[in-house]
Design a protein around this ligand. Structure first.
Ligand SMILES: Cc1cc2nc3c(=O)[nH]c(=O)nc-3n(C[C@H](O)[C@H](O)[C@H](O)COP(=O)(O)O)c2cc1C
Length: 148
């Protein structure tokens, strides 16, 4: 069976240069759509210490977190038992958020990536994920931008 897992900040975000508050994050929205369309269960990746709603505070903390493995809460599914994962995450600072760059935690035989961003390079983020899971096969990666 395949499952959808995703990390999404939600809260305040930057839309057309202005800070706006989202009820549900862009990646979360996509994850739910994909899960519904493909009939797959969907699980969030949550930082052990949640990121604040505030956009500015999230920028500050994520800068401190950069290059670190950010501790996450247990995911409610055994990913080692899954053949395929659909994994969604936003680009942060040109690459993966620290909560997603969690070596060995996202083991599955293959993965499909959906990556939300303003204008970053999908290949860099996708490759970075694969380098943390070297045995995994990348099925396909999708770049998503915009806030509708
Ligand atoms: C801390 C932080 C860093 C970001 N860095 C980038 C970036 O380097 N390149 C980019 O295109 N977008 C960047 N973004 C924008 C997010 O990728 C974009 O807003 C995405 O839609 C957020 O998804 P979410 O609502 O699921 O969290 C950044 C956003 C945050 C909060």
């Amino acid at each position: 069976m395949a499952v959808v897992i995703y990390f999404s900040h939600g809260g305040e975000t930057l839309i057309n240069g202005e800070i706006k508050k989202l009820d549900i994050g862009n990646t979360a929205k996509l994850a739910q759509l994909i899960g519904k369309q493909l009939g797959m269960p969907t699980f969030p990746i949550l930082a052990a210490i949640p990121y604040p709603d505030s956009y500015d505070q999230t920028l500050q903390r994520s800068k401190l977190d950069a290059e670190k493995l950010v501790a996450i809460q247990p995911i409610a599914v055994d990913l080692r038992a899954e053949r395929d994962i659909y994994i969604g995450f936003p680009v942060w600072w040109g690459t993966l958020p620290g909560a997603v760059d969690s070596r060995r935690r996202f083991l599955a035989k293959s993965s499909t990536h959906f990556v939300h961003m303003r204008g970053a390079d999908l290949a860099i983020a996708s490759k970075s994920f694969m380098s943390s899971s070297p045995m995994q096969r990348l099925r396909k990666n999708y770049r998503c931008a915009g806030h509708e």
